[in-house]
Ligand binder design. Structure first.
Ligand SMILES: Nc1ncnc2c1ncn2[C@@H]1O[C@H](COP(=O)(O)OP(=O)(O)OP(=O)(O)O)[C@@H](O)[C@H]1O
Length: 338
């Protein structure tokens, strides 16, 4: 790790076993860095490989998955690390709030007891000290009457409180980086806003970096410092959230943004990207987005683009035609809406 990076991912590939003994590439040569205390949003449609990227970083890929490339977490290489190395990194250096967040909580132990166990798995502290910290962690996520509630079982919590308890579990050891995989999908809009606000507050209080994994660009608007857009397991575009939102350079990002509601769009049909992402087992040759891309030219069908610097510092785009993308690009997608 160098001073301004807590996580460094280079040329990450994840493949899963496919039918008939073959393999299916689901993450394909992804590279990115996470700086201390920043919020990075990992964005893309369902199946883009976002969750498997998060799982590769925490060493929790599904059985049979192959991970290659490099994932350096606080100076330690994760790819190929032993289970004991991964146990020592999880919780202390990195943690994951998974998509099925509530499965994190065991139904047979009290919430406080589970936090105590998480705390004592990474540091030598007495049970009493750990209990104190567990109660403080519940207070920090806004659980009222935390000292009493710590003695309750998850089923005695409301849905919203369980969600908060899961966040407390992920944050209790103040890891360098927390991956929150679709932390708001199952929540109503009011709750979504509260959870994002809570994650932002905890990040500010602890200095933990946050990677928000989401298919919903609306969720990241106003919550992310940087954005990394993925498509079919690959990098599409990354950079400062403000720059990417204001002037996306990849047609795919522009299409995602065009489909977001804006002021004055009420009651009007929003543009959308036609078609659906390819299955990882049947990827087209060349750029995987080309079959849906209004700007694609012949060479896009044969050459897979690599990230290259775009206009703003730190802004990378993987598209051979990024310089030809009109500004604004909404019109490209309105025309294609059937
Ligand atoms: N355990 C698994 N077994 C087989 N295939 C899987 C498994 N997990 C993910 N996949 C496949 O890998 C690809 C990438 O999945 P991943 O969950 O990383 O996508 P995602 O971008 O997070 O989308 P979503 O938001 O739908 O989870 C998808 O095609 C998915 O079907």
């Amino acid at each position: 790790m160098n001073g301004d990076t807590v996580l460094s991912v280079r040329d990450l590939h994840v493949t899963l076993p496919g039918p008939g003994g073959g393999t299916v590439p689901v993450v394909r040569g992804l590279s990115f860095d996470v700086s201390p205390g920043e919020t990075l949003a990992l964005v893309g449609e369902s199946g883009a490989g976002k969750s498997l990227t998060a799982r590769a970083v925490v060493g929790m890929t599904p059985h049979g998955a192959t991970v290659t490339g490099s994932v350096r977490l606080a100076g330690t290489e994760v790819v190929g690390a032993s289970p004991s190395t991964m146990r020592s990194l999880r919780g202390r250096r990195v943690s994951l709030i998974p998509q099925d967040a509530l499965s994190v909580l065991s139904p047979v132990h009290t919430v406080g007891g589970q936090l105590v166990r998480a705390l004592r798995s990474v540091r030598r502290i007495s049970r009493a000290q750990a209990w104190e910290r567990a109660v403080a962690a519940l207070e920090r996520v806004g659980i009222p009457d935390a000292a009493r509630r710590a003695r309750a079982y998850p089923h005695e919590f409301s849905g919203g409180m369980r969600q908060r308890a899961v966040i407390a579990m992920a944050m209790v050891n103040e890891p360098d980086v927390v991956f929150a995989d679709e932390p708001t999908t199952a929540l109503d809009p009011r709750m979504q806003a509260r959870v994002l606000q809570l994650l932002a507050e905890l990040r500010a209080a602890t200095g933990t970096a946050l990677v928000l994994v989401t298919h919903d660009l609306e969720v990241v608007r106003g919550h992310a410092d940087r954005v990394l857009v993925m498509y079919a397991g690959r990098h599409v575009e990354s950079g400062g959230a403000r720059e990417v939102f204001a002037a996306p350079r990849a047609p795919y990002t522009a299409g995602l943004l065009a489909s977001l509601p804006t002021q004055g769009s009420e009651g009007r049909r929003l543009p959308s990207i036609g078609g659906t992402p390819p299955s990882p087992s049947a990827l087209p040759s060349g750029c995987a987005f080309a079959p849906r891309c209004p700007l694609a030219e012949e060479s896009c069908d044969t050459v897979e683009p690599e990230p290259e610097p775009a206009t703003a510092p730190g802004h990378l785009v993987s598209c051979r035609r990024w310089q030809d993308l009109p500004v604004p690009a909404r019109g490209l997608f309105i025309e294609r809406t059937p």
